[in-house]
Write a protein that binds this ligand. Structure first.
Ligand SMILES: [Cu+2]
Length: 213
């Protein structure tokens, strides 16, 4: 079984969400970008950010109810009704994806450091669950439907002050194409063996072997 944050349940009262419970959850939502000061990640010290590598700073959150409205069931239904992977990706990444990052705010808005907030994983497993629900609507076709860029656009790089990556990153697996295919290698940073996109298309497959209930 995989854990996730069903964000749609909390759109009416984000800061009252069970995920922010200091005793049974991930600590309070925080205010004005101050350090998370209760719960299991109190004063958690972080080092890598989007802006300065190896700085010393703390885990922060700064909730934004307006942005979190992207997680509504209506928005999810709109995405679930798309036909192709490309359409589904664009839809899910715009509303439900942005909702979690911008709704929690703080560290979750840092495009490099956001996985430093453990809530990142509950947010992304929720997106994974929504993608699986989309796949289930036409499983025969959608277990192999893939597409989209696998390198960032120039405008995204510029917006985040990133330089364009060199071939050591773009061609690390000998695949310099910028369209994602089932054969594209997912680099696992040495934590586990690399896999391909095709290896993770089926939630019930050998590599992921999970279910959302
Ligand atoms: Cu994300």
């Amino acid at each position: 079984m995989a854990s996730y944050w069903e964000e749609a349940l909390d759109v009416d009262d984000l800061t009252a969400s069970v995920v922010f419970d200091p005793d049974t959850g991930f600590g309070s939502a925080g205010t004005n970008g101050s350090c998370v000061s209760d719960g299991p990640f109190t004063q958690l010290e972080l080092h890598i950010t989007q802006y300065t590598n190896y700085a010393n700073y703390c885990l922060t959150r700064e909730t934004n109810t307006d942005i979190f409205q992207g997680a509504t069931l209506d928005n999810i239904a709109e995405c679930t009704n798309t036909t192709t992977y490309d359409e589904a990706y664009d839809c899910f990444q715009q509303s439900p994806h942005t909702a979690g990052h911008g709704g929690v705010g703080g560290t979750m808005l840092d495009v490099v450091a956001s996985p430093s907030d453990p809530l990142f994983f509950l947010h992304h497993t929720n997106l994974d669950r929504l993608w699986w629900n989309w796949q289930l609507n036409n499983l025969t076709y959608r277990l192999t439907d893939m597409g989209g860029r696998n390198i960032p656009t120039d405008s995204y790089l510029a917006q985040n002050n990133f330089t364009t990556p060199g071939p050591e990153l773009l061609d690390y697996d000998g695949d310099s194409a910028n369209v994602t295919t089932l054969n594209h290698t997912l680099w696992m940073v040495g934590l586990i063996a690399n896999a391909t996109v095709g290896d993770v298309m089926d939630l019930r497959g050998d590599l992921i072997c999970a279910e959302y209930v």
